[in-house]
Design a protein around this ligand. Structure first.
Ligand code: ZN
Length: 248
């Protein structure tokens, strides 16, 4: 049997069993394979990996692991990264956009509420999610490791928290998005952009008390949903303030 020694850094340890975290892992293998496959066989989805160093030199995902290799694997977080290592993927897209799996509906709404371009439908299957992520250069957010390990996925992230409010803070932190928050710019239903609309243009669609009491309206350019600062608004604003407070 051949043997390689792996050391996983930072948040990559989240994917390892407790007894393998923050220690050198001796991995025995019979058939030679790519380093990408070997890392995933140890439980770590490839989109979480940013740099790989073998015997002191950086390699990409296609490297074939050899007997005796000493392998350091680094996550995307800058804290543990050595700058001389090359990336295993192209630079991330300049504009951060997302596609979310079926289980992250609340996170999808929160991202839209904060203005981020977020595709979400409850009928996308895994192959579609991976394809959308790949062709549209969207970051795939999921809690399904198998989905992240699909080869089509280049940009993806495993959401650690299960609580939706903690999830939104986690994602804003991970992608450094706090400064880009733009609340009430996007439709919560369809992800379309909102634009101001005069009351006159939509008056026949409004309940009587809203016709009387509200002056400002926005309309979704995707689905024509009309938005105004109604009874729900204060709750949403409180939610946004709570999220932004986590960055202070
Ligand atoms: Zn809409």
């Amino acid at each position: 049997m051949a043997k390689a020694t792996f050391h996983f850094y930072g948040e990559l340890n989240d994917f390892l069993p407790a007894n393998k975290r923050q220690v050198e892992i001796e991995h025995f293998f019979g058939e030679k394979g790519s380093i990408k496959d070997m890392i995933e066989s140890l439980g770590i989805p490839h989109p979480e990996v940013d740099c790989i160093e073998v015997n002191g030199a950086s390699v990409d995902f296609s490297y074939i692991v050899q007997d005796g290799d000493v392998i350091n694997v680094y996550p995307i977080s800058a804290a543990t990264k050595t700058p001389i290592l090359s990336l295993v993927r192209p630079q991330p897209p300049k504009v951060i956009r997302f596609v979310l799996d079926i289980h992250l509906g609340k996170l999808a709404s929160s991202l839209r509420l904060l203005g981020f371009d977020t595709l979400y439908r409850n009928d996308y299957d895994d192959a579609e999610l991976a394809a959308i992520s790949s062709t549209q250069m969207r970051i795939l957010l999921t809690r399904d490791k198998g989905l992240l390990m699909r080869s089509a996925v280049t940009y993806g992230y495993y959401v650690r928290n299960t609580d939706p409010q903690q999830q939104i803070v986690e994602v804003l932190r991970r992608f450094n998005l706090f400064k880009l928050v733009s609340p009430f710019a996007r439709c919560l239903r369809c992800n379309g952009l909102l634009k101001p609309v005069t009351k006159q243009a939509i008056i026949d669609k409004l309940p009587e008390n809203i016709q009387r009491d509200v002056k400002e309206f926005h309309c979704c350019q995707g689905c024509a949903q009309i938005y105004w600062k109604g009874s729900h608004y204060e709750k949403l604003q409180q939610f946004i303030d709570g999220v932004l407070d986590c960055n202070r």
